[in-house]
Design a protein around this ligand. Structure first.
Ligand SMILES: [Zn+2]
Length: 71
């Protein structure tokens, strides 16, 4: 099993499909645009609502905020 930095994961709450997983923090907006607002697997409409997408980070929120501000 390969291990590496995985700061962010965006998962469809409908089916668990991993919409985004990567080292770079992306805004949910970018992800939604990429998938045209729908989950490619189950067709669920994706929203920014935390009920619909799940965003996890190994970094704390403060650090993520700093990272975003510096970009
Ligand atoms: Zn889905």
């Amino acid at each position: 099993m390969r291990r590496g930095p995985m700061p962010q994961e965006i998962i469809c709450s409908g089916c668990g499909y991993v919409l985004y997983k990567g080292e770079i923090l992306k805004s949910p907006q970018d992800i939604l645009r990429k998938y045209e607002g729908k989950c490619p697997r189950c067709g669920k409409t994706l929203n920014f609502d935390v009920n619909n997408i799940e965003i996890t980070s190994i970094y704390d929120a403060k650090r993520a905020k700093e990272g975003r501000a510096s970009s």
